[in-house]
Design a binder for this molecule. Sequence first.
Ligand SMILES: Cc1ncc(COP(=O)(O)O)c(C=O)c1O
Length: 364
Amino acid sequence: MNDTQQVAKTKIFDNIIEAVGNTPMVHLKTLSALLGTNIYAKVEYFNPGLSAKDRIAVRAIKMAEESGKLKPGGTVIESTSGNTGFSLAIACIVMGYDCILCIPDKSSKEKISTLKSVGARVIVCPSNVKPEDPLSYYTQAKTLHDQTPNSVYINQYFNVANAEAHYASTGPEIWDQTDGAVTHYLAAAGTGGTLSGTAKYLKEQNSEVNIIGVDAVGSVLKGYFDTKAVNKEDLQPYLLEAVGKKFVPGNLNIDVIDQFVRVNDRDSAFRARQLAKREGIFAGYSSGAVIQALFQIKDQLDESHMVVVLLPDHGSKYLSKIYNNSWMQKQGFIKSISQYTSSYKIQKRLEKVLNKYVKYNGLI
Ligand SMILES: Cc1ncc(COP(=O)(O)O)c(C=O)c1O
């Protein structure tokens, strides 16, 4: 391609939010060889806010404008583990609104700093309280909305703009990028929007596409999917950010989901690190959760399948956590080299498939 063709193909965006979506799909060759199937990653950190949440932010604000709930000069308020907040803050700059974000204290400090960097007012709230507690990030966001004239509480858990955004963009992109050959779709569920919105579109194209939700140990979503009831005994504190919930969000549509897999904090952290080292894809904690889920369902997969995993965000948001060995040690994930090597069987399997020795230091 010469320079003239290159220039002709370059599209100039009018503002940064026009660059949302149309993220690449990448063949994960090492993982595919390891699991004996064909795995493709929808890499959502190519969005301007480094996450899939950019897709819902603009749509939610536009819907609030159209409904008359948000008028010029108004304020957008949200409870967020970080990514939706960052996407909303960027959209607010472009669309001319103030932005107030309530974030749980378990979110990484990188996420909190980035929200402030794009001009949002940030309120850090305790994580380990019930959603209805006056101090929870949900309740504080609602209270602020009640107290702030011309404000809108986005409420991504119940806002239809969330799943609709993925139905309108993520689903069609995956269908198009795979030429309709996708057989399995795996996504982490927090609000449920990414999973359910995309799944609804894919199921409408081909009802045989297998939809697999990924939940965290300590959350109620898988239990709800299996039993149609919220089982309080499922609840326990956990570290995974933005995966799972203590309640069932309205954006989770279990009618379009075939299966839920529950993954733990430790395995998910190691899988994210492995994805970075083995595939060169530097993704976030929940991406590790989705890769871990793949290993847990590996018996269901074979070489005739085309498996799409959605990787929600970028690893830079977790430098102080899963990509930090001191943090990993503090959580008890790395105790000693011998403990790690004996319990982490993937190392041996990698050696076999790649036919070369992968050193401990090479993996983490
Ligand atoms: C990093 C990350 N992973 C997964 C999710 C879950 O996506 P959803 O809320 O669409 O279920 C989120 C949502 O905030 C997220 O930020």
